[in-house]
Design a protein around this ligand. Structure first.
Ligand code: CTP
Length: 434
C-alpha cells in the first residue's frame, strides 16, 4: 500500500461544485473523527482530481460525490442530520444512502456509501454486500484507476491511499480490471471500461482482454439482464460527450460485446443514428431519445432482440406493426407519393418508431428529418374557434378545414392569416353553391 500526503483544502476546493459544501464537509469530518470512523472520498472524484492536477487533463467538475464511511453509516447520518439540515432520500440494498442537504437555501445531493465487501454468488447477478473496511472496499471495485481514495478523517486524513498501483495505471492511461473474474462477476463493467477508455482516450490493459475472454467463455454477458444492458447503453448517450458516441459504439462492436450479449446490431446504422440524434436533439424528449437510440442500433432483420434492450413484448409488436404499415403499404411507391401524403403517413407513427424506421429505410431519412424540424411545426394561424366565428359549424368540417389550411401552408400556397381566411371563404362559397 502506497500513501501520499495531499493538500486537503486545495483538493476540496477543486472538487466541490459549490463552496457551501466545504462547511458541510468540515462538519462531517469532525463527526467521523469524534466517532472514530474513517471517512473518505473514493472513485471518480479522486480519479478526476488526479487527472486534472497531476496530469493536466481537462476534466469537468464531478456531478456526484461519493463519500464512503468505514463504520455504521446509518447512525452516522442520523447524527449528521441533527447538525445539518437535510434528509435521507433513499436507502439501497447495497448499504448506500442518497442524502439531500440544504445549504444557504440551496439543495444538494450526496451519495453516502458504507465501506463494504462484495460477494458474487451467481454469474452476472447483483452481489451480496457486507460492511467491511476500506481495503475490502477498494478491492471490490471495477478498474485500478477507480481504486484511489483520499481520507478526510483519522487515521488517514489528507492522505491519498493507493493500494494496488492505481496511480501508475492512471499515469499510463490504462484500463485494467482488478482481477480476471471481474467481468464474469459483473459484465456491466465492460461497458464502464469502454466509457472510461473513450472518455479519457486511454488504452485497454492486457488484463482487460483476458478478463473479457473469461467473460465470453462463461457466457456472462448473455446472463446479464436486459434492463442492466439497456441502462449501460443509455449511459453512452446520457453521460458521455456527444462527439464520443461513435467511438463508444464502434469500440463495443469491435470487442464483440453486442453479439456476446445476444444483440445483433448493424454497424452501418451507427452513422445515421448519430446524425439523427444530433439533428433532432431538440425535437425529442429524453425518453423518446433513449428509445430511439436503442431501437436504432438493431438490425431490422432481428427485431425480436429489442427484448434484450428492455423493450416489452407490446412495444415489439408495435415496432413490427409500424414497419409492416410503412413497408407493405407505402415504401414501394414512396417516390410517387406527394409531400402531403408522406406527411400523413408520418403522422400515424409514434416519434421514436418513426425515427427508427428512418434508420431501417434510408430512403425516408431526409424527409423524416424535415418532418420533425419543419413540417410537424407548421400550423395554421386560424384556430378552430376562428373557423366557428367564420360560420363553420360541424366539428368534422372544422377538422378537415384545419387540415387543408395546414396542407396549403406546407405546400407553400398560403403564407398569411389573410390568405387562410380567403381559403375558408372560398370553401364556404363552394359549399353554398352546392
Ligand atoms: N463501481 C464498480 N463496479 C460497478 C459500478 C461501480 O466497481 N459496476 C465502483 C467504481 O469504483 C466507481 C464507483 O463504484 O468508481 C462509483 O461508480 P460511479 O459513480 O458509477 O462511477 P464514477 O467512478 O463516479 O465515474 P463516472 O461517474 O465519472 O463515470
Amino acid at each position: 500500500m502506497e500513501t501520499f500526503e495531499i493538500e486537503l483544502e486545495s483538493f476540496l476546493k477543486t472538487i466541490l461544485p459549490i463552496p457551501e459544501l466545504y462547511e458541510f464537509l468540515l462538519i462531517a469530518q469532525n463527526l467521523s473523527k469524534k466517532r472514530g470512523e474513517f471517512l473518505y472520498f473514493a472513485g471518480g472524484v479522486v480519479r478526476d482530481y488526479l487527472l486534472k492536477t497531476l496530469y493536466k487533463k481537462k476534466i469537468e467538475k464531478p456531478k456526484d460525490l461519493d463519500l464512503v464511511l468505514q463504520g455504521n453509516l446509518k447512525n452516522f447520518l442520523e447524527e449528521l442530520l441533527k447538525k445539518v439540515k437535510g434528509e435521507i432520500l433513499f436507502e439501497s440494498q447495497f448499504l448506500t444512502y442518497k442524502v439531500k442537504i440544504y445549504l444557504n437555501g440551496k439543495e444538494f445531493l450526496i451519495d453516502f456509501i458504507t465501506a463494504r465487501k462484495e460477494i458474487y454468488e451467481d454469474i452476472a447477478k447483483l452481489p451480496k454486500v457486507f460492511p467491511s473496511d476500506f481495503k475490502d472496499d477498494i478491492l471490490r471495485r471495477d478498474f485500478t484507476i477507480n481504486t484511489l481514495i483520499i481520507g478526510l478523517s483519522p487515521p488517514y486524513k489528507g492522505i491519498l491511499i493507493d493500494l494496488i498501483n492505481g496511480k501508475k495505471d492512471l499515469e499510463r492511461g490504462l484500463i485494467k480490471p482488478l482481477h480476471l473474474n471481474s467481468f464474469v462477476d459483473d459484465p456491466t463493467r465492460i461497458f464502464r471500461g469502454i466509457r472510461y477508455k473513450v472518455r479519457f482516450s486511454f488504452k485497454f490493459a492486457e488484463e482487460f482482454f483476458l478478463a473479457l475472454e473469461k467473460c465470453f467463455k462463461k457466457e456472462a454477458l448473455k446472463k446479464l439482464s436486459a434492463t442492466r444492458i439497456a441502462n449501460e447503453l443509455r449511459l453512452y448517450l446520457n453521460k458521455e460527450p456527444e462527439e464520443k458516441l461513435k467511438e463508444l459504439l464502434e469500440t463495443t462492436f469491435y470487442l464483440n460485446i453486442f453479439e456476446e450479449a445476444g444483440i445483433k446490431v448493424k454497424k452501418k446504422n451507427f452513422n445515421s443514428l448519430i446524425e439523427l440524434l444530433s439533428e433532432l436533439r431538440d425535437e425529442l424528449n429524453i425518453k423518446e431519445r433513449e428509445k430511439f437510440f436503442l431501437l436504432g442500433l438493431l438490425n431490422s432483420q432481428f427485431l425480436e432482440q429489442a427484448l434484450r434492450l428492455g423493450f416489452t413484448e407490446f412495444e415489439l409488436k408495435e415496432i413490427k406493426k409500424n414497419i409492416d404499415f410503412i413497408n407493405k403499404k407505402y415504401l414501394k411507391d414512396w417516390k410517387k407519393l406527394s409531400l402531403w401524403e408522406k406527411i400523413k403517413v408520418f403522422e400515424k407513427i409514434p416519434p421514436f418508431y418513426l425515427l427508427a424506421l428512418a434508420i431501417y429505410f434510408p430512403e425516408i431519412k431526409e424527409e423524416v428529418i424535415k418532418y420533425f424540424k419543419e413540417y410537424k411545426k407548421i400550423k395554421p394561424e386560424l384556430t378552430g374557434n376562428d373557423l366557428k366565428n367564420l360560420g363553420i359549424k360541424k366539428g368534422k368540417e372544422i377538422g378537415e378545414l384545419l387540415d387543408l389550411l395546414k396542407r396549403k401552408r406546407i405546400e407553400g400556397e398560403i403564407k398569411t392569416k389573410e390568405e387562410e381566411k380567403d381559403l375558408v371563404i372560398q370553401f364556404l362559397l363552394k359549399k353554398s353553391e352546392n
